[in-house]
Design a protein around this ligand. Structure first.
Ligand SMILES: [Zn+2]
Ligand SMILES: [Zn+2]
Length: 95
């Protein structure tokens, strides 16, 4: 039986521990289905990337879902959060 993980996992990918929105079926960073994954908290490193603010637009090549993320540094999403398909990304520096 799969143990329900702590609330710390809510809203996080079970594999890479990046944030997932409540509607996401797949992690957009590693493609792991919601509830899947093998995340080990103590092996996780919080990577902070500093750089110019960048607006990144991701578009799913399978279902066409498109979303934009504003980040410091690039957003390294690689999978569609809805269908788990591959995405294309466009980066736009905001200064
Ligand atoms: Zn993930
Ligand atoms: Zn998709």
């Amino acid at each position: 039986m799969r143990k329900r993980l702590s609330s710390d996992y809510e809203g996080r990918c079970g594999q890479c521990h990046k944030p997932m929105s409540s509607e996401d079926n797949f992690c957009r960073y590693c493609g792991t289905p919601r509830g899947g994954g093998d995340f080990k908290p103590y092996e996780n490193s919080n990577v902070c990337v500093y750089g110019p603010p960048i607006a990144t637009t991701h578009t799913c090549t399978r279902c066409g879902l498109s979303w934009t993320v504003n980040t410091l540094g690039s957003d390294d999403a690689q999978f569609c959060p809805k269908c788990g398909g591959g995405i294309t990304s466009k980066y736009k520096e905001r200064w």
